[in-house]
Design a protein around this ligand. Structure first.
Ligand code: GDP
Ligand code: FE
Ligand code: FE
Ligand code: FE
Length: 193
């Protein structure tokens, strides 16, 4: 039960809104991220209601059209460089504005964690680190090293953020796709020995 008035409704009502916005596959991912985020929150003394709301909404905007994101960038007067990116970057950074406007969630720590969930950030709160890691290590994720980084997230949260950032960056470089500058700043802040 939510008691903090961050979301004006019950968890079940929030789950319904998220479900309505997503394919079943992505909705199931969101529920697994919530489960992992609550476990990590427990481990790292993060508020579990914040962890639940943040995880449930983190991919709320993921299936929106490019036009929706471009309109929101303009409406909210966000950095015009965002126009040069795509869904991967938009669904967190611009998606946070949709969550604010459509779900009436105005808690800045939650919105910042969502903004940072794909690319990380130089300054990440514990909540932001918890979401970033929960998204990466939720139960159905399977990639080389996943068990190792799952264990690390419960032993040294900051080190696990560095691990994820380095591995994601290497993966993106391997695909020769464009790297968001924020991703590079996260790497320099969290992954460099
Ligand atoms: P999801 O929404 O649960 O699928 O996961 P994320 O929001 O964490 O990531 C979405 C996608 O963005 C993943 O495929 C990442 O590899 C990718 N991604 C992360 N950082 C960057 C970046 O700097 N540039 C590009 N092009 N893609 C990125
Ligand atoms: Fe995402
Ligand atoms: Fe992620
Ligand atoms: Fe996700």
């Amino acid at each position: 039960v939510y008691t903090k008035n961050i979301y004006n409704g019950s968890r079940e009502e929030l789950v319904e809104k998220v479900q309505a916005a997503l394919s079943d596959k992505r909705f199931q991912h969101v529920l697994r991220v919530e489960e992992m985020a609550i476990k990590l929150a427990d481990q790292w003394q993060v508020d579990k209601e914040l962890a639940s709301i943040t995880a449930l909404t983190h991919d709320y905007a993921k299936e929106r059209s490019d036009i929706d994101f471009l309109n929101k960038i303009s409406e909210k007067k966000l950095d015009t460089d965002l126009n040069n990116w795509g869904n991967n970057v938009w669904h967190g950074v611009v998606g946070a504005e949709m969550i604010k406007d459509e779900l009436d969630i105005n808690h800045e720590d939650i919105l910042n964690a969502i903004r940072q969930h794909t690319t990380g950030g130089v300054n990440m709160t514990k909540l932001s680190q918890v979401l970033y890691m929960a998204d990466y290590i939720e139960e159905a994720r399977d990639f080389p090293g996943v068990d190792e980084v799952r264990a690390l997230a419960f032993k040294d949260l900051a080190a696990s953020v560095g691990w994820q950032t380095a591995h994601t960056l290497a993966y993106l470089v391997g695909k020769q796709v464009k790297i968001y500058p924020g991703t590079l700043l996260t790497y320099n802040a969290w992954s460099v020995k």
